[in-house]
Design a protein around this ligand. Structure first.
Ligand code: 5AD
Ligand code: SF4
Length: 470
């Protein structure tokens, strides 16, 4: 029967119906609802994928649990750096003990790590208590995969080498009622020499602008005031759709959506950041005063080896242009320390860029060798102790600067989108400025999801303490 429905998402709707009946039957037997838990590793893309996965699980009748002692546990994995992989292996041992207590428990793995054949081999061999494995290209199939697992008696593995289609219109369960990620494209074509993403997320595919705009309109109707447009390299959005469109044009169209208040986007590759986009950021009032612009290294020689296709000088020029157009913009970045062949002089070039740009914050990473990437085969891998010293020096500088620049709006009133109750201070709430800096101020749950005027009384380095100016 199910072989007959080929078309998506109809095929998945069929499996969701089948699963609804199965889950209802199981929960009748158990005399309680079946519970599920998704543990998400890695980036915003994974976080958004997990919302889609949870949407499917809730549609078929699972109730979200707040611990891994659940009937269905799914790990949405990351493999950008090796420590993310190690964490997953470590936790799989723990899940085995939970499964001994609840033999009906289902354990599923998905995400970037599962796109690596060596990982699948290892799980098959050493972690036979895993029930379902799928990858990054077929998350929409979750209901069908659980159905197959429940109807059979062995591990279900379904990994695709490449995406076949972008499946629209499946359920999504958002983590926040007032803000949401929106995928605008999937995959990456850049092949930075250290990075595994192009191998595990496949080639660049853009969603149609009309699908993106329709999704955002639906979100706004449902109470969303802030969207984060997501893609591995949003600046090359729109080149592979029927009627090509630029990211700048998309931003302008999103900016027109009534009821939407804030637009963020991630991630921008410096090599593709156009003048047109800078103008769009300047002109579009809803686009937040924040740009994440990964540097990776400040040494033009290392940038060449990384295949980043820009230089220290062109990066700094770009920063100047952006700041000329949007003077108060907050800049954040990603930096890798210890790329193969990085000398002390190369590292000092990175420090130099950090001092010149003065980032609001920077994610700093120790280079992690990813098998299959060009950099993994490079000679001159930098010794661990040398990397550690550089990493500490960089982190200290980044934090010092960040503490200085984050206070720039002290003693002014700013718009804050309230996100949650403050988890450290009773009677306080936590929100963000348009430039993404965190603010804590007195308030209650009724403010969550609202944009309010807050007077910034005290700069604490990475955040402010304020008071509501109502
Ligand atoms: N080692 C360390 N950091 C990496 N990143 C990507 N690949 C690696 C790697 N092999 C970092 C980059 C990227 C961020 C998401 O992760 O800085 O921008
Ligand atoms: Fe990786 Fe470079 Fe693509 Fe970013 S742009 S995902 S760092 S290959």
């Amino acid at each position: 029967m199910n072989q007959m429905i080929e078309q998506e998402p109809q095929r998945q709707r069929y499996f969701m119906e089948q699963m609804k009946a199965l889950v209802a039957e199981r929960s009748r037997e158990k005399g309680r609802p079946l519970t599920c838990m998704i543990n998400t590793f890695g980036c915003q893309m994974n976080a958004r994928d997990s919302e889609k996965l949870l949407g499917i699980l809730e549609t078929i009748g699972f109730v979200e649990a707040d611990s891994e002692e659940a009937d269905f546990v799914l790990y949405n994995t990351c493999t950008v750096r090796d420590n993310a992989n190690q964490k997953v292996y470590g936790r799989l041992g723990y899940l085995q003990t939970l499964k001994k207590k609840n033999p009906d428990m289902l354990i599923a793995l998905c995400g970037c790590m599962m796109q690596e054949p060596s990982v699948i081999e290892k799980i098959k061999k050493s972690y036979s208590h895993v029930d379902i494995i799928f990858g990054t290209h077929n998350i929409f199939k979750l209901a069908e995969l659980i159905y197959n697992r429940m109807m059979g008696d062995r591990m279900v593995i379904d990994i695709w080498d490449a995406a076949k289609e972008i499946v629209e219109d499946l359920p999504v369960e958002r983590k926040f009622p007032f803000k949401s990620g929106v995928n605008i494209m999937f995959g990456c074509n850049n092949f930075c020499s250290y990075c595994i993403v192009p191998y595990v997320r496949g080639r660049e595919r853009s969603r149609k602008p009309e699908d993106i705009l329709a999704e955002i309109r639906r979100l706004v109707a449902d109470g969303v005031v802030e969207v984060m447009l997501l893609g591995q390299n949003v600046n090359s959005y729109g080149t592979n759709v029927e009627t090509p469109i630029t990211f700048a044009e998309l931003l302008r169209q999103v900016n027109e959506i009534e009821g939407l208040e804030r637009i963020r986007f991630m991630t921008s590759h410096p090599k593709d950041l156009s003048e047109d986009l800078i103008e769009a950021m300047r002109d579009c009032k809803k686009v937040c005063n924040h740009l994440h612009l990964p540097l990776q290294s400040g040494s033009s020689r290392i940038l060449g080896l990384m295949n980043r296709r820009y230089t220290k000088e062109s990066y700094l020029e770009l920063v100047d242009k952006i700041r000329a157009a949007v003077p108060d913009i907050a800049l954040t970045t990603d930096i890798i320390v210890g790329f193969p062949g990085e000398t002390e002089a190369d590292f000092q070039e990175t420090m130099d860029v950090v001092r010149r740009v003065r980032y609001d914050s920077a994610f700093t990473f120790i280079y992690s060798k990813r098998t299959g990437t060009p950099a993994a085969a490079m000679e001159n891998q930098v010794p661990e102790d040398v990397v550690k010293v550089r990493f500490d020096e960089l982190l200290q500088e980044v934090q010092k600067i960040s503490g200085e620049v984050c206070g720039r709006d002290i003693n002014t009133t700013q718009k804050v989108l309230v996100e949650c109750l403050d988890d450290h201070k009773e009677g306080y709430v936590t929100g963000r400025l348009t430039n993404n800096t965190v603010v804590h101020f007195p308030g209650d749950a009724s403010l969550i999801g609202r944009i309010v005027d807050v007077y910034l009384e005290e700069a604490k380095g990475f955040y402010y303490m304020g008071r509501c100016d109502r």
